[in-house]
Design a protein. Structure first.
Length: 839
């Protein structure tokens, strides 16, 4: 091809118009252009997915200007940047979110419809990137949204898993896992940047030497290296020019082919190493709150952290003469301990590759990192067996020993007469088999440590990280989680959002505290009625979806009682089931009982290796089978398990809920974020004093919240006095009847063994204290049923919930992180003139 010699501004292609124009006509033309030139299809041969891809590219064209200007600005300006390191980003679909951020939803919808296409059908084509398990990954996505909206210079770093969280099917009531092939038709939202690839070392050994200045140094001779290729996704701020970057790393072999082996006929051997390297970014570990101690997981963690730190150093050295001020220009947030190896890796990069002395390197490192803890469950605290760790990361183990050595000296001085503190605080666990404790590494190597809800932070201070709190009280603070109102209200609940805007304008979308102005309308009977009417319409949408998906009819006038989240014993989906069976027994004993009609809706995935969680799914489905088909029940209660709960499905279900189930054992749920999404969509909460429930209740008012259950202190006290669940069974007739019914095999076609593990676990151990909380839960559920009958009052409570939830915006969380931890400021992006157009 002859090179294009025409200067761009004389070029006959109307780039400005077709790539960025916003008239309906231009969007329609651009759609066909992308269909033809990018997808290589004509409208006659295009599939729905081709049209979706063309649509996505047409939207992407219109955001590139913001994205490139943002990158350009950051490149030339000395701004402090937040680097959010997370093994998970559970983004959810991009298309509508981007259209909303760009304020282009209406013209695009119109253009698509005028082209004779079904807009919703194209939207439904998008495969959501399920690169996370649950709360932690979704929080990272909300924070990326808020960082961009608040115009904070930031970059998210993670792994581009080829297979995200598995798709869930339900077969005969059991969960079946299916691979999530989210990339199979291509991903129009990412751009590969192989020019910024990074090499990551693994295994091998270390050797010491003296450099030319006779200084003792260590070099790491790896056994193998892996290439990290970055894939960038733009993260648009809402109605601002800022578009930050999410950079996800894909593992590729550094050598594509071993020619020596190939030439001697070992064809398989020639590619074996390549395949092994590429496994690193193949699949997301589907465990929430449970560590597996698998080597591949450590490989994944080190892989993305090393790529990211090297990338930050590259960017830094483009703008700065040295790394001396690295910590002044970067704050790196460790989203849980998954990226905590970064502490040792930054030390290595500074010491071994940039020739810093220990003290300077340590000063930079410990002033760069901040650590967020997300869990109180002991089984979720990451630790790596020393032998695995040392084999994979020999140099890092040396560095960790050196950090620990200096740290324990500090501890000794602090507690001269208490050797027990050394064992408690040490980064190396030497109580039995030796481990590297990642939370300890994160605490020692960070300048700030935070929990994710007020109660959680207090429990960290008094329990899980007590010794660190005693040593470094100034490092600790609380940063209550938040969620983005753009996705979780505007996008998922347009009816309610529109109604709110009609009354109080749209400032709340960026300043969620402005929802307060709705409070006055809670006293307006006409508005309450209208509010409830809207809820009914949204519930009808969900009812239609359930009918289409499961062929089950549900009544939108019934109370929609929803529990969607990962399936875990501490989240107590089975407590919900105990209440359902209680209601069932009551109606069976008294068929004319006047009960408030209810639809119980469940959704959530169980970790594939978590037997009890999978059995709980089976129990829910088995109870559903009986209850939904019993003529005596006569549709007064319905139980639905909606398969494959993910972000897209969350967008459907939160707006339709009347009651949100937040029923974990007090002291077990760090925060929860589903609880916030429900309440922001007008659902009332039935919940324990756990995680962020405590703050939600404080905000919305105790009279607008259904509280039950033991407090954390009570849980601890009962445990301390030997908890005997059987006492509760023996003293509560209804509870006894429920457990007996399950035990007889009533819900398992007469098989008494199927659910025995659940019943026995409750009767003989009950680690999550369901039996202790049963009575109080069932009573609170009765109160919910009664309250729902007074629709007018319910409407008032629902409006007040929304009006008072301003605190739970992720914008507020991010502002708190910026002010207290990162010390970063907004930096507005101007779109350079040559990039400007109408958009
Ligand atoms: O993080 C969680 C969630 N399971 O991902 N933890 N982790 N790990 C907590 O259990 C939630 O309570 C919390 O809301 C979430 C985000 O901080």
């Amino acid at each position: 091809n002859p090179p294009i010699t025409v200067p761009l501004d004389e070029c006959p292609i109307i780039i400005e118009d077709d790539r960025t124009g916003l008239s309906i006509e231009t969007i329609r033309r651009a759609l066909l252009d992308n269909l033809y030139y990018v997808q290589g299809k004509t409208p006659q041969t295009a599939t729905k997915n081709d049209f979706y891809m063309a649509l996505a590219y047409t939207v992407r064209d219109r955001l590139l200007k913001r994205w490139l200007s943002t990158q350009l600005t950051y490149r030339k300006t000395p701004v402090k940047t937040v680097s959010y390191l997370s093994a998970e980003f559970l983004l959810g679909p991009h298309l509508i979110n981007n259209l909303i951020s760009l304020n282009l939803y209406d013209p695009f919808k119109k253009a698509i419809e005028e082209s004779g296409l079904n807009f919703q059908e194209l939207v439904d084509q998008e495969e959501e990137p399920g690169l996370g398990n649950g709360g932690l990954g979704r929080l990272a996505a909300c924070y990326m949204d808020s960082l961009a909206t608040l115009e904070i210079p930031a970059i998210g770093y993670g792994i581009r898993y080829e297979f995200g969280i598995f798709d869930q099917e339900i077969k005969d009531g059991w969960q079946v896992e299916i691979t999530d092939k989210w990339l199979q038709y291509g991903n129009p939202w990412e751009i590969a940047r192989p020019e910024f690839a990074q090499l990551v070392k693994f295994g091998g050994y270390t050797e010491s030497y003296y450099d030319q200045d006779h200084i003792y140094r260590v070099r790491w001779v790896p056994r193998y290296t892996v290439n990290g290729i970055p894939y960038d996704t733009p993260i648009l701020g809402y109605r601002v020019n800022t578009a930050n970057t999410l950079r996800l790393w894909k593992a590729e072999a550094s050598e594509s082919f071993n020619f020596e082996r190939f030439n001697v006929g070992d064809y398989y051997g020639a590619v074996r190493d390549k395949v092994a390297c590429e496994t690193i970014s193949k699949v997301l570990y589907p465990n929430d709150e449970q560590i597996q101690g698998k080597e591949l997981r450590l490989e994944q963690q080190f892989f993305f952290v090393s790529c990211s730190l090297q990338d930050m150093i590259r960017i830094h050295l483009n703008k700065n003469a040295s790394l001396d001020n690295f910590h002044e220009m970067w704050s790196i947030q460790l989203n849980d301990t998954h990226p905590a190896i970064g502490v040792a890796e930054l030390m290595r990069l500074l010491l071994d590759e940039n020739n810093y002395d220990w003290d300077t390197a340590w000063n930079i490192t410990k002033n760069t990192f901040a650590y967020t803890n997300h869990t109180l469950l002991p089984e979720a605290l990451e630790k790596w067996p020393l032998n695995i760790f040392g084999r994979m990361l020999p140099r890092h183990l040396e560095i960790i020993y050196a950090i620990n050595h200096r740290f324990l000296d500090e501890v000794r001085i602090h507690y001269p007469n208490d050797v027990s503190k050394l064992a408690c605080l040490s980064i190396i666990d030497e109580t039995g088999e030796k481990y590297v404790r990642m939370a300890h590494l994160a605490c020692v190597g960070s300048f700030a440590i935070n929990g994710v809800a007020a109660l959680h932070t207090e429990l960290l201070k008094s329990d899980v990280l007590r010794d660190f709190y005693e040593l470094y009280p100034e490092k600790f603070s609380n940063k209550t989680n938040g969620v983005t109102p753009r996705r979780w209200m505007v996008l998922s609940n347009p009816r309610m959002s529109f109604t709110i805007c009609e009354k109080i304008g749209d400032s709340w979308i960026k300043n969620l505290d402005d929802l307060r102005q709705l409070e006055g309308y809670a006293e307006d009977g006409g508005f309450r009625n209208y509010w409830q009417q809207i809820k009914k319409e949204v519930k009808q949408d969900l009812a239609n979806y359930i009918q289409a998906k499961l062929d089950i009819k549900v009544d939108p006038h019934s109370l929609f009682d929803v529990q969607v989240k990962r399936i875990h014993e501490y989240k107590r989906q089975h407590l919900n089931v105990l209440n359902i069976v209680t209601l069932y027994n009551r109606i069976k004993n008294n068929p004319n009982l006047d009960v408030t009609p209810r639809t119980f809706i469940f959704g959530g995935k169980a970790a594939p290796g978590y037997f009890m969680a999978k059995l709980i799914i089976k129990l829910i489905n088995s109870v559903a089978d009986v209850v939904n088909n019993d003529p005596v029940i006569c549709d007064r209660i319905k139980v639905i398990f909606l398969p494959d709960y993910n972000v897209t499905f969350g967008q459907r279900v939160y707006p339709a809920a009347d009651i949100s189930e937040q029923i974990s054992t007090a002291g077990k749920e760090a925060s929860g974020t589903g609880n916030m999404k429900f309440s922001l969509n007008g659902a009332l909460t039935i919940g324990t004093l756990d995680g962020a429930n405590v703050e939600i209740r404080e905000s919305v008012g105790a009279e607008n919240f259904f509280l039950f259950g033991l407090t954390t202190e009570e849980v601890y006290a009962i445990r301390a006095n030997r908890y005997t669940p059987r006492d509760y069974y023996n003293s509560d007739e209804e509870l006894k009847a429920v457990l007996d019914l399950i035990s007889t095999g009533f819900f398992s076609h007469g098989d008494p063994n199927l659910f025995r593990p659940i019943v026995d676990n409750l009767l003989y151990s009950d680690p999550y204290m369901l039996l202790a909380d049963y009575r109080s839960y069932v009573d609170a559920q009765d109160a919910v049923g009664c309250a729902y009958r007074d629709q007018d009052h319910w409407g008032r409570m629902s409006i007040l919930n929304v009006a008072r939830m301003g605190k739970f915006s992720s914008d507020r969380s991010i502002k708190d992180y910026c002010n207290d931890i990162w010390k970063t400021k907004p930096f507005a992006i101007d779109v350079p003139e040559y990039m400007q157009s109408q958009a």
